[in-house]
Design a protein around this ligand. Structure first.
Ligand code: FAD
Length: 294
C-alpha cells in the first residue's frame, strides 16, 4: 500500500512548525513516530497534503523531574521512557504500561505525544494519563495552554487539540509514599493492542487503610474511562479481597466497551472485572511491600 502524494516538511523549531501548520491547516498533519499515522496513510484512511515531521525538534524529547512531577517531552520515544531512570523512579505505572505498548521496534519510533494525540481508546498511555490526573501542554498560534486529562479526549481517536496546535509536554504527578501501581491488560499475544486494559494505583494510610485508589480503563468506551464509583468504594476502608471484588464489579457496570472483531461488548465487560481485580490486588500487594511496582 502506498500513501497519497503529500508535501514533506522537516522544521527545526517549534515556531517554524506552528507557522507551517497555520499556513496549511486543515490539510497539514504533524508526523511524530509515524507508528499510527503512516499505517493510516498507507491505507489512505488519512490523506494529509502536507506532512510536518517534528522528529528534528530535539527539545521536545526531554524527560525530567519538575517540582516533584514528571515532565516528558511529547517527542520522547516510548523506548526512551522505558529506559528512563526518572520514569522508573517517579512513575512506575507509566513504566509498566510502556512495556505493554507493542514491541520494542515500535517503541523505538512511537512517542508519548503521538499516542496521546492519536487517542486510541485501547491505548495504554491515555489510561495512565487519566488514572493519574495528568495534563498535557499544547502550543498553538495563541500561545500555550495546559489541558487536564479529562478535557483532552473527546471520542475515538479525537482530542480537543486544535489542528494548529502541537502537543509539547506531558505532566504526571510522581508516585507518592505507600502507593502501589499496576497496569494489567488482556491481549491476544504480548505486544498486541489491549482488548481491555486497567491502570490502577492504591495509596495506603500508615495503618493499612486505603487512603486513595485510582482506576482508569482502556478499551472500555470511546475514551479512557475513570472509575470514580469504584474509587469511592475503596477510599477510607480496609482494602480486603471482598471490597476489591466489589470495586471490580462496579468497574464492570461502568464500562461501555464497543464490540469489535476481537470480542463482544459483554465479554469485554466481564474482562474488565477480572483485570481490575488483578490490577487492584497487585497494586495493593506492592503498596503493602513498600514497592511501587514490579
Ligand atoms: P504518529 O503516528 O506520528 O501520529 C499519530 C497522530 O498524532 C497523528 O494524527 C499526528 O498528527 C498526531 N500527533 C503526533 N504527535 C503530535 C504532537 N506532538 N502534537 C499534535 N499532534 C501530534 N499503541 C498502543 O498504545 N498500544 C499498543 O499495543 C500498540 N501496538 C502497536 C502495534 C503496532 C504494530 C504498531 C505499528 C503500532 C502500535 N501502537 C500501539 C501505536 C504506537 O504506540 C504509536 O506509536 C502511537 O499510537 C502514535 O505515536 P507516534 O509517535 O507514532 O505518532
Amino acid at each position: 500500500m502506498k500513501p497519497a502524494a503529500f508535501e514533506y516538511f522537516r522544521p527545526r523549531t517549534l515556531e517554524e512548525t506552528l507557522e507551517i501548520l497555520r499556513r496549511y491547516e486543515p490539510e497539514a498533519k504533524v508526523l511524530a513516530g509515524g507508528q499510527s499515522l503512516v499505517p493510516l496513510m498507507n491505507f489512505r484512511l488519512a490523506q494529509p497534503r502536507y506532512l510536518i515531521d517534528i522528529g528534528g525538534l530535539n527539545d521536545l524529547a526531554e524527560i525530567r523531574e519538575q517540582n516533584g512531577s514528571l515532565a516528558i517531552g511529547a517527542m520522547a520515544r516510548q523506548s526512551a521512557i522505558e529506559d528512563s531512570p526518572v520514569v522508573r523512579d517517579k512513575s512506575p505505572l507509566l513504566l509498566e504500561a510502556t512495556k505493554l505498548v507493542a514491541h520494542r521496534t515500535v517503541r523505538n519510533r512511537g512517542t508519548i505525544g503521538g499516542s496521546l494525540a492519536h487517542a486510541d481508546p485501547s491505548a495504554e498511555y491515555p489510561a495512565v494519563l487519566t488514572a493519574l490526573d495528568g495534563e498535557v501542554v499544547a502550543v498553538g498560534p495563541d500561545g500555550e495552554r495546559v489541558i487536564p486529562a479529562p478535557e483532552l479526549f473527546l471520542t475515538v481517536c479525537t482530542t480537543t487539540l486544535a489542528p494548529t496546535e502541537v502537543l509539547t509536554e506531558v505532566r504526571l504527578p510522581a508516585t507518592g509514599p505507600r502507593t502501589g501501581c499496576a497496569f494489567t491488560e488482556l491481549s491476544r499475544r504480548h505486544g498486541d493492542w489491549a482488548i481491555v486494559g486497567v491502570a490502577a494505583t492504591i495509596s495506603l494510610t500508615k495503618d493499612g487503610q486505603c487512603e486513595e485508589a485510582r482506576i482508569a480503563l482502556a478499551g472500555a468506551g470511546q475514551v479512557p474511562l475513570r472509575c470514580r464509583e469504584a474509587e469511592r468504594l475503596l477510599q477510607g476502608r480496609a482494602p480486603v479481597a471482598e471490597l476489591i471484588k466489589e470495586a471490580a464489579e462496579s468497574c464492570e457496570a461502568a464500562a461501555e466497551p464497543l464490540e469489535d472483531i476481537h470480542a463482544s461488548a459483554a465479554y469485554k465487560k466481564a474482562m474488565v472485572r477480572v483485570f481490575v481485580e488483578r490490577a487492584l490486588t497487585t497494586a495493593l500487594s506492592r503498596a503493602q511491600r513498600g514497592q511501587h511496582a514490579a
